[in-house]
Design a protein around this ligand. Structure first.
Ligand code: ATP
Ligand code: MG
Ligand code: MG
Ligand code: MG
Length: 480
């Protein structure tokens, strides 16, 4: 079953059950607590909080999502992408768990010829929050899931919130058993690789006032109503329904992966390191394209920095795979546009612009990548020679400042060599530089009116070298 068909089926099922189909919101979150949309519920948050009246009490959507904090997992697990699509059904004070649970079960197990996904019941496992007897009972008594396939888990897995004050609630998740060749027996509690999490049903009922971590938060009280927020990973469903091992081998991502293998003359499946790189490239090209399509351009701060980091990581992975030529990212972006264009016609409409932005980023990083890598190699040799296992902060700073290496890339390259990076030293130099830039701007302002106009302009167009990316990214990482 093609990805586009999975989305169609999901939306149609919930439409038939009284839900209004709502188009995906932009990846640029309206929510000021977030840089990018990491989950389908984000556009619905004002409804949960009763800050806005929903267009309908029952809604369903296929939301574009980016989760930068999952970037390290990409290609290494079978199931994490930075860009993915979350299908969801939402109830704003309408039905609650007694209805959300049977809806999910019916859609997953109904035969494919009858509009469902046709999963065999005995392959499905569910989890509930440790003391959520009510949900366990609905699963067991109303739906008929045997008790030994209902697992109780703690807050880390079965309580959902956004990482910031706002709505939250216990959740119940549905997992698909991929079989003994994929890992240990014992349900999702034992092995999340064998038991693939496909769908999270969140019983959105509390208002959180403080969130210190995933498991440490304060509940201020009940939301104005009991709501439902669910999230099903389209790429994970595609992996299961297309009978492939992981999400990077599903229809749309596979096209990009396969093209990357061709361009770099590597064979997917020949060795694990290259396979991981190919999967990373496939994922990052897709995210880069989707971020640009939503109007983001690479820069040194905020969302632009997330995009820059993703694109530059893809360029380096291509180089690691042996790709010597520039223009590979261009080729792969064209492939990704072709693969996703049916679902997202705006990609085809704005293809020229997407290429302009991505080509420019590829071109500018390709110019400095080689020299930067040499500088990095020297730094590694020096630190090893001096018996230290650390790449100096000054080197990391130079790589960032002169050669455009995002700090996360330097960290990754160091980790590949079994080294760490003096991040504190790096950050100190970044702060010094920022202060220097501010001072300079100030001096110019007081000294010469014309220059001050130029300075202001530079600031507004993002021409300053202020590095806020690291800080902003960390804020986002905390938010998910
Ligand atoms: P996992 O435990 O596998 O990291 P999660 O619990 O963080 O997933 P949720 O926040 O519950 O995921 O999101 C709802 C659904 O979205 C998941 O059940 C999954 O199908 C999908 N999903 C979440 N993160 C990703 C990702 N990085 N790539 C692809 N799909 C994802
Ligand atoms: Mg996760
Ligand atoms: Mg999970
Ligand atoms: Mg989950």
């Amino acid at each position: 079953m093609e990805s586009a068909e999975i989305a169609r089926r999901y939306l149609r099922y919930f439409e038939q059950n009284g839900h209004t189909i709502v188009p995906s919101a932009s990846l640029i979150a309206e929510d000021p607590t977030l840089l990018l949309v990491p989950a389908g519920m984000v556009p619905f948050k004002p409804y949960f909080l009763a800050q806005r009246t929903p267009p309908a009490p029952r809604m369903t959507s296929c939301q574009k999502c980016v989760r930068t904090p999952d970037i390290e997992e990409v290609g290494r697990t079978t199931r994490h992408a930075t860009f993915f699509q979350m299908l969801g059904n939402f109830s704003i004070g309408d039905y609650f768990k007694e209805q959300a649970i049977p809806f999910a079960w019916e859609l997953l197990t109904r035969s494919q010829s009858d509009g469902g996904f046709g999963f065999p019941e005995e392959r499905l496992w569910v989890t509930v929050l440790h003391d959520d007897d009510e949900s366990a009972e609905i699963w067991h008594k109303n739906v008929g899931v045997p008790m030994d396939r209902i697992q109780r888990r703690g807050l880390a897995d079965n309580f959902w919130h956004m990482g910031v004050p706002g709505p939250g609630g216990p959740c119940s998740e549905i997992y698909y058993d991929r079989g003994p060749e994929h890992g240990r027996e014992g349900g999702p509690e034992a092995d999340e690789d064998r038991y693939l999490e496909v769908w999270n049903l969140v019983f959105m009922q509390y208002q959180l006032s403080q969130v210190r971590s995933k498991v440490d938060f304060d509940i201020a009280g009940d939301l104005p109503a009991k709501n439902i927020d669910t999230g099903m990973g389209l790429e994970r469903m595609a992996a299961l329904l297309q009978g492939v091992d992981n999400i990077y081998e599903t229809d749309t991502m596979w096209k990009v992966l396969d093209r990357a293998a061709q361009l770099t003359e590597t064979r997917y499946g020949a060795n694990e390191t290259d396979d991981v790189s190919l999967r990373v490239v496939a994922d990052h090209v897709r995210s880069g394209m989707m971020l640009v399509a939503d109007g983001i351009i690479p820069s040194n701060e905020g969302r632009g920095y997330v995009l820059r980091r993703i694109l530059r990581r893809a360029v380096r992975k291509l180089r690691l795979l042996g790709g010597q030529e520039r223009g590979m990212l261009h080729e792969l972006t064209a492939t990704a546009i072709g693969a996703m264009g049916e679902q997202y016609p705006e990609l085809i409409r704005t293809a020229a612009n997407i290429h302009t932005v991505i080509d420019a980023e590829e071109e500018s990083f390709s110019r400095t990548l080689r020299t930067g890598e040499n500088i990095f190699d020297v730094a590694v040799k020096e630190s090893r020679a001096s018996g230290r296992e650390v790449v100096g902060g000054a080197d990391a700073f130079k790589l960032h400042d002169t050669y455009g290496f995002p700090i996360e890339l330097t960290l990754e390259m160091a980790a590949e060599q079994g080294l760490s990076v003096d991040e504190e030293g790096f950050r100190r130099l970044m702060t010094e530089q920022r202060e220097r830039a501010k001072r300079d701007a100030q001096e110019k302002k007081t000294g010469n009116a014309d220059v001050s106009v130029l300075g202001d302009l530079l600031e507004r167009t993002g021409g300053t070298v202020d590095f806020l990316g690291y800080r902003d990214f960390t804020a986002e990482a905390r938010a998910v």
